[in-house]
Design a protein around this ligand. Structure first.
Ligand code: SF4
Length: 78
């Protein structure tokens, strides 16, 4: 199950779609660049996303215009 997520912030165009789809998982910084904020993850990709949010997560991935949301079955970093 791909329940770890990060945003490749170099590719984010600050469109806000991920935050609209999954506000508990994604938020934008002062420049509008998105990151994973779920349970204080700070876009590290180390916090497993709860199962009941995975559908929203998938919607966000599919609606990101630059495909910069990355998913993994294991944590991205320690
Ligand atoms: S949907 Fe993609 S491009 Fe848009 S703000 Fe979110 S991560 Fe950035």
């Amino acid at each position: 199950m791909n329940n770890f997520a990060i945003v490749d912030q170099d590719s984010c165009i600050a469109c806000g779609a991920c935050n609209s789809e999954a506000p508990e998982i994604f938020d934008m910084d002062d420049n509008g660049i998105a990151g994973v904020i779920y349970e204080g993850d700070s876009n590290r990709g180390v916090t497993p996303i709860a199962e009941d949010l995975l559908e929203e997560l998938q919607e966000a991935v599919e609606n990101c215009p630059t495909n910069c949301i990355q998913l993994s079955a294991t944590p991205f970093a320690s």
